[in-house]
Design a protein. Structure first.
Lengths: 538, 352
């Protein structure tokens, strides 16, 4: 897993060469003269902020988008026709593993691998299962992975799922050839799955193939890639930097084009006065949880999946029905055992809940930034007969400015924004209501460093204004930077309360070290990555 | 194929609209205002394409049928005869906007109301007003039952409304004894047929209804909530919108609109034939789906529906004047429905 490759690409033809590729949508130029080259047997990283054009580039390479005229894409010296034709790209050895791996859960491994390649035989055009299975077995042999090919993909572990996706991507490769593009493929993987995944990637590379890996995880990019290309605002900032000559901070600088202010802990804004109290909360595995949140205090809730931390946050935020409990905010008592459709009561009391899955729970992609931002307040601030334009425009403008939402266009549909900017809109939607209690669930999940910075600043600002904040997260670095105290949950109980100068390590140790869990995750370094793993499936 | 679609700066459709990113620092007003801000450039084309087609169609008919088509009478027919459709499309709009994709029962509810009214008056000697109120209330009740089954019981909308539709048509046929019921007092017709500027007053009822509905959706908190419920129930719920109440209310209101439409239609026709309800189903759907290609691309909207109705009627009337038989309306409505849904799907894709 270290930098083990000899200097790639020297004196040989490039496996993939992208030259002068641009892409314009309407009047917006999202890619400008992209050029990069990848040598045979190279693991090449591609990094950049959300919205920098990475995804657009992948979509051009896979033929979903047509690039502007004038560019060229060559594989092993042979130019591909543009727009890229998927079958031609496949024949040239170009394949892609997407974010969610693109697997069909209720189909078997071999069906998933062969999808799109089934050969029909005989008169009745039946799929020859035996031949297909044999082909799949041989791919797994080449890959050096052992997976039961008759199992359903949905029943596989995360590692094995990744192996299936890789097998599918490499099956058409000529020995010693081929290029796989991994588009954020590790996003939903834990540490051990990731290790295995990179082991497989290495074996693909040792077989002579090249890899283009697109990732948000700079740490991972530094650890595994040979060279890196950095995109910013649709342009290549630097290409082919040998990874050993760079660092996370260096890459971040290139991605942002400015020095990222490191997130130092700042003094607590906590006041004496209480913002909210939770009493006798019973939800999922949690039985009888009490919590006092002071004004300006930021409290972190963390724990492994199923520990109860998430359930508590969701119940307090009004998103999940608890079996019992009361929440008191602004001298108003709310039962945490709500009826359906009663989130309104929470909102009126001054509770805001920033949900985790932003496009399922937080925002409507098909409606505009303004409409999404102001939704919780159109009824209370508008009259029955008119939503009223002025306050909506003012609120939206304020949030666009505060959170640096790009593009700063209130009429833009949320679905057209990048992930980081969607997350900012979601946060702005609730901050604009000046809540007394702000409950956030994984607020920086799958956003780039720049957006994370803006989000952390905005949360601190809310606390400084006297808002009580509860953050439920598995991201120890977020919690360490933001929280005044962190409650660590296990099996429905708070097993540790950390306060004062928090460090990531302390939080991780408290989360994983327990009598009941001995031997499970003894290595704090492994635990670290597990906690940092963004994109926790539910 | 599910690629990382929400991360794309644009969308699958090559033109996501002019991104006036740099310049728009001062946000401009309400939702409707910045939608209007999009009118520049290429956005214009999909918005008004149907209007252009409509104009072209009229031109072609005027040229090919100079003796028949370009007459006041033709336009009076087009604009004076579609009120039942206007009311029914708005009823369908109620539920479709909040994400209940197909309420198949709208024409049957309409027919139910339109049968009760003359049956009570003519066959049972009721007064006009009590009969009208019972008819409208009957429709509201059916809407409430639909809403209860779909929203509270969680039964599939298609199943509930398809079943309800057949059930109501059966009841209507039984009530009317399979006959056309006519013989309502002649003064009653004034409610629908009073001549205002060459068109029956019911035409204006339709316009008022559509404008009011359009206003509701664009400018009121309720309308905004309805749009969000249609876009995502979970997002709406977590934003404090009373999702179930809005969905249930939509079904009830759909019943009310069908009922009022039935009342006006009965006044217009002087009676009703219960077996004619079926023929409204396709036009209603065609017009509502067509609206997604007019004014607000990819989105169901009342004004677009109104244009859709008259566009469809113009096309059919013209073809009939050309000497084609009544089958032409089926071909036309069916074809347009398929084309409109396709266009709507394509336009909708850009948003997500």
């Amino acid at each position: 897993m270290s930098v083990s490759q000899p200097a790639p690409g020297t004196g040989q033809r490039h496996r993939l060469e992208v030259a002068r590729v641009s892409k314009t949508f309407g009047s917006a130029r999202v890619l400008r003269d992209i050029g990069l080259s990848i040598g045979p047997g190279e693991l090449h990283g591609l990094v950049g902020q959300n919205g920098c054009g990475k995804s657009t580039l992948v979509k051009i390479l896979t033929g979903i988008y047509t690039p502007d005229p004038g560019g060229a894409i060559t594989v092993d010296g042979g130019a591909l026709s543009l727009p890229v034709r998927p079958l031609e790209a496949r024949a040239a050895g170009l394949s892609v593993v997407h974010q969610n791996l693109g697997l069909v859960d209720d189909r078997t491994v071999w069906e998933n691998v062969r999808l799109g390649r089934f050969r029909a035989t005989g008169l009745i055009r039946r799929i020859d299962g035996k031949a297909e299975r044999a082909a799949v077995e041989s791919v797994f042999d080449r890959l050096g992975a052992r997976v039961d090919i008759n199992q359903k993909v949905g029943e596989l572990s995360a590692e094995d799922r990744a192996a299936v996706a890789i097998a599918r991507a490499m099956q058409d490769h000529e020995p010693g050839g081929g290029l796989i593009i991994f588009d954020e493929s590790t996003r939903a993987m834990g540490k051990s799955a990731r290790n295995r995944f990179f082991g497989l990637v290495r074996s693909v590379i040792d077989g002579g193939a090249s890899v283009l890996m697109i990732s948000h995880q700079l740490e991972e990019v530094i650890e595994v890639t040979d060279r890196v290309t950095v995109l910013r605002d649709g342009q290549v900032v630097e290409t082919g930097i040998p990874t050993k000559d760079t660092s996370e901070a260096g890459l971040t600088r290139l991605m942002l084009g400015r020095h990222l202010v490191t997130h130092d802990r700042v003094d607590s804004h906590a006041q004496e006065e209480l913002a909210a109290t939770v009493r006798h909360l019973v939800v999922r595995s949690v039985r009888g949880f009490d919590l006092d949140v002071r004004k300006g205090e930021i409290i972190g809730l963390t724990g492994l999946v199923g520990s109860g931390a998430t359930a508590v946050a969701e119940a307090v935020g009004g998103a999940r029905e608890a079996r019992a409990g009361t929440l008191t905010v602004n001298a108003r008592s709310i039962s945490l055992k709500p009826r359906r459709d009663s989130t309104e009561v929470f909102i009126r009391a001054g509770v805001a809940f920033v949900a985790e899955r932003r496009l399922d729970q937080g925002l409507a992609a098909e409606l505009s930034v303004t409409q999404n931002l102001t939704l919780p307040r159109v009824r209370s601030r508008g009259s029955r007969l008119r939503t009223g334009g002025g306050w909506q425009a003012a609120e939206t403008a304020a949030m666009i400015k505060k959170l640096d939402i790009k593009p700063p266009d209130p009429g833009k549909l949320v679905g057209q924004l990048s992930g980081g900017n969607q997350q900012k809109v979601l946060l702005g939607k609730w901050l604009a209501g000046h809540p007394s209690l702000l409950v956030l669930h994984e607020p920086t999940q799958a956003v780039d460093v720049g957006a994370r910075h803006d989000i952390i600043d905005a949360i601190r600002e809310a606390a400084a204004d006297g808002c009580g904040v509860i953050i439920s997260s598995v991201d120890a670095s977020d919690l360490a930077v933001l929280c005044d105290r962190v409650l660590v949950f296990r099996h429905g109980q708070v097993v540790a309360e950390l306060a004062g100068e928090l460090t990531e390590d302390d939080i991780i140790h408290a989360t994983f070290e327990s009598p009941g869990q001995s031997g499970d995750q003894p290595d704090p370094a492994a635990a670290d990555a597990e906690l940092n793993w963004k994109g926790v499936p539910r | 194929m599910d690629t990382a679609r929400h991360k794309a700066p644009g969308a699958a459709v090559p033109d996501p609209g002019p991104a006036d990113s740099g310049s728009t620092t001062a946000p401009d007003g309400a939702a409707a205002r910045h939608r209007r801000g999009y009118l520049a450039g290429n956005q214009l084309a999909p918005r008004y394409a149907i209007l252009a087609v409509w104009g072209a169609m009229i031109l072609v008919y005027c040229l090919t049928e100079p003796s028949l088509f370009p007459h006041t009478g033709t336009f009076q027919t087009i604009f004076g005869s579609q009120q039942p459709l206007v009311f029914m499309t708005m009823a369908l709009m109620c539920t479709i906007v909040v994400g209940e994709f197909v309420d198949l029962s709208v024409p049957a509810v309409f027919g139910f109301g339109a049968t009760i009214l003359p049956v009570l008056v003519v066959n049972h000697g009721w007064g006009l007003w009590p009969a009208s109120i019972v008819a409208v209330l009957g429709c509201v009740l059916v809407g409430a039952v639909n809403g209860f089954l779909v929203v509270k019981m969680g039964v599939n909308t298609i199943v509930v409304t398809l079943g309800m539709s057949t059930l109501l048509e059966g009841i209507a046929l039984w009530m009317s004894d399979l006959n056309t019921i006519s013989g309502l007092p002649s003064g009653f017709q004034k409610i629908a047929l009073l001549d205002v500027g060459g068109l029956p007053i019911s035409f204006y009822y339709g316009i008022v209804l559509v404008l009011a509905f359009g206003y509701l959706l664009a400018f009121t908190p309720l309308g905004r909530h309805m749009r969000f419920v249609g876009a995502s129930r979970e997002v709406s719920r977590l934003s404090g919108v009373r999702v179930d109440r809005i969905r249930f209310g939509s079904f009830v209101f759909a019943g009310l609109l069908s009922g009022i439409g039935a009342f006006i239609a009965v006044a217009d026709l002087g009676g009703y034939n219960a077996s004619s309800s079926d023929s409204y189903l396709l036009p209603v759907f065609a017009a509502v789906f067509l609206s997604t290609a007019i004014f607000e691309p990819g989105r169901f909207n009342p004004l677009g529906t109104l244009v859709g109705i008259y566009f469809l009627e113009t096309g059919i009337l013209g073809l009939q004047l050309l000497g084609l038989q009544s089958w032409v309306s089926q071909v036309f409505y069916g074809g347009i429905l398929v084309v409109a849904v396709t266009i709507s799907t394509l336009l909708h894709r850009r948003a997500t």
